[in-house]
Design a protein. Structure first.
Length: 262
């Protein structure tokens, strides 16, 4: 069993100082919905860059690329990877101006997990110090989610989360690229063409494979050269309105962040 800042992180979570079901300092929020939120409400030629998966050297390198290009990304991190890497990696990504978001604790599907609330709650605890302005975003592993799971998480006091956040190239993911032996350039072309056919969208790259770095570089170049603008995830209209309904502040104004573990 792993312990971090006084909370034991394993499926023995209930027996430690943390609580599985608890009140939140954002208690009157609508909570998560049961369908994926995509980027189809973005303006034409707007895209959002998101990363899903472990906090590792690849995630940090992608963060550096985005910063150098003036892009604010959103990193949906797996909680267990935070314990396996120096905390400075996540802190650096956060301090570079990216959104840190909840990608569950492991890469296991929450639909088949025996403890989905534990998976999300553990990561919530770990990422809370790296969130700002009450912006709490959630994406499930493999984009697998349903009404039952939404109800479970909301009833457990996780209503502060906006989600589940999807993407706009589900028919062509980087994981598919690697399983089909595509190189990063060819993969970028496939993803670009899928999103460009819709004129907008949310990109999702997985940090679990180090080829994601070259892929990210290629995607940024392709979209910029084609006249697309990269915007922050809280500029997606559906996400922005849900965040504000949750009491989040969208924009540059800094407010005191909700921390359920103070």
């Amino acid at each position: 069993m792993k312990c971090y800042l006084g909370i034991c992180l394993a499926f023995g979570f209930l027996g430690c100082s943390g609580s599985l079901v608890r009140d939140s300092c954002i208690s009157d929020a609508p909570g998560m919905q049961d369908t994926l939120i995509t980027g189809q409400q973005l303006a034409a030629n707007e895209v959002v860059f998101t990363v899903m998966g472990p906090v590792n050297d690849t995630a940090l390198a992608i963060s550096d690329v985005l910063v150098s290009e003036g892009i604010e990304g959103a990193f949906f991190v797996s909680g267990e990877s935070i314990l396996d890497r120096p905390s400075s990696i996540l802190a650096t990504i956060f301090n570079q101006g990216h959104r840190i978001a909840n990608g569950s604790y492991s890469d296991q599907s929450l639909l088949s997990s025996k403890s989905p609330i534990v998976e999300v709650r553990q990561t919530d605890y770990l990422i809370t110090p790296f969130t700002r302005n009450n912006i709490y975003l959630f994406r499930p592993p493999n984009l697998e989610f349903d009404q039952r799971l939404a109800s479970q998480l909301n009833q457990a006091g996780l209503v502060k989360y906006v989600g589940p956040i999807g993407n706009d190239h589900a028919t062509q993911s980087d994981i598919d690229c690697w399983s089909n032996d595509l190189d990063s350039s060819s993969c970028a072309d496939e993803i670009f063409n899928t999103v460009a056919s819709q004129d907008r969208g949310i990109l999702q790259i997985h940090s679990s494979d180090n080829r994601a770095l070259a892929l990210s570089q290629s995607l940024v170049t392709l979209f910029k050269d084609s006249g697309y603008s990269f915007v922050s995830i809280d500029q997606v209209p559906d996400i922005s309105s849900a965040l504000q309904a949750n009491g989040a502040t969208v924009g540059d104004t800094e407010v005191t962040n909700c921390n359920d573990y103070d």
